[in-house]
Design a protein around this ligand. Structure first.
Ligand code: PGA
Length: 256
């Protein structure tokens, strides 16, 4: 693989509870992020904190992202946030199709609608895929293939330059230790994802695609998950709520 910046994204989910806490956490992360040349750090806070955090990040090596977005630009869609609104709030990245959103009913077709509009609006789109469990017959691979091809439907090869695939197996999210993914399993799956992209687009596009891993990434396992596999960074949930832990993960990414 070519030498490139690692992409490390903090997914704060529905934390922290107050703007004050979110500013403190953001400033803590920023301190480390600003010293690292080989990592693109992205923080995805709850929507409501974006405009205030935008004021804190000017000129720094850190970007903001949304955790979700809607598939229409405007209209009567109570409770939704459009790509235009998200952009105006300071986000340049957006996570789409996280398993926690899919669990609330998001289908591949809905994810696809969001991917297409967010891409058109100029976002770097981080599309999450991941099986809920692994079977011995490889059915989960077909499931992943469908999530990828149906989620990206309508995008041309050139569009893939700003699309990131985050592999987040549901069984490995929010875990503490032994039940986390192994580098070997991650490596095999990342190669498979690359193969699907290759078959859908081209080998060249596949070779240049950015694939992230998410699921219980911690300072303790970040090094082996990054160095012994074919991924270019992480989507971090729990550990991104602690500036020290997340800073350590960023520092590990910077060394790759
Ligand atoms: P986790 O979450 O790091 O807490 O497992 C990852 C995610 O759901 O994006």
């Amino acid at each position: 693989m070519k030498k490139e910046k690692q992409l490390i994204i903090a997914n704060w989910k529905m934390h922290p509870s107050t703007l004050g806490e979110s500013k403190k956490l953001f400033n803590g992360i920023k301190k480390t992020a600003n010293t690292l040349r080989n990592v693109q750090t992205v923080v995805c806070p709850p929507f409501v904190f974006l405009p205030e955090l935008k004021k804190l990040f000017k000129g720094h090596r850190i970007a903001l992202g949304g955790q979700n977005v809607f598939s229409e630009t405007a209209g009567s869609f109570t409770g939704e946030v459009s790509p235009l609104q998200l952009k105006d709030s300071g986000a340049t990245y957006v996570i789409v199709g996280h398993s926690e959103r899919r669990a609330m009913g998001e289908t591949n077709a809905m994810v696809n609608g969001k991917v297409l509009l967010a891409h058109k609006t100029g976002f770097v789109v981080v599309m999450c895929v991941g099986e809920s469990e692994r079977d011995n017959h490889g059915k989960y691979l077909q499931f992943l293939r469908e999530q990828i091809t149906e989620g990206l439907e309508g995008l041309k090869a050139k569009d893939l330059a700003t699309i990131v695939i985050a592999y987040e197996p549901i069984w490995a999210i929010g875990k503490t230790g032994d039940d986390a993914i192994t580098p070997q399993k991650l490596h095999e799956t990342a190669l498979y994802i690359r193969r699907v992209i290759g078959e859908t687009y081209s080998q060249k596009i596949a070779a240049g695609a950015t694939i992230l891993y998410g699921g219980s990434v911690k300072p303790e396992n970040a090094e082996e998950l990054l160095n012994d596999t074919d991924v270019q960074g992480f989507l971090v949930g729990g550990a991104s709520l602690n500036a020290k832990d997340f800073g350590e993960i960023l520092t590990i990414g910077n060394k790759k």
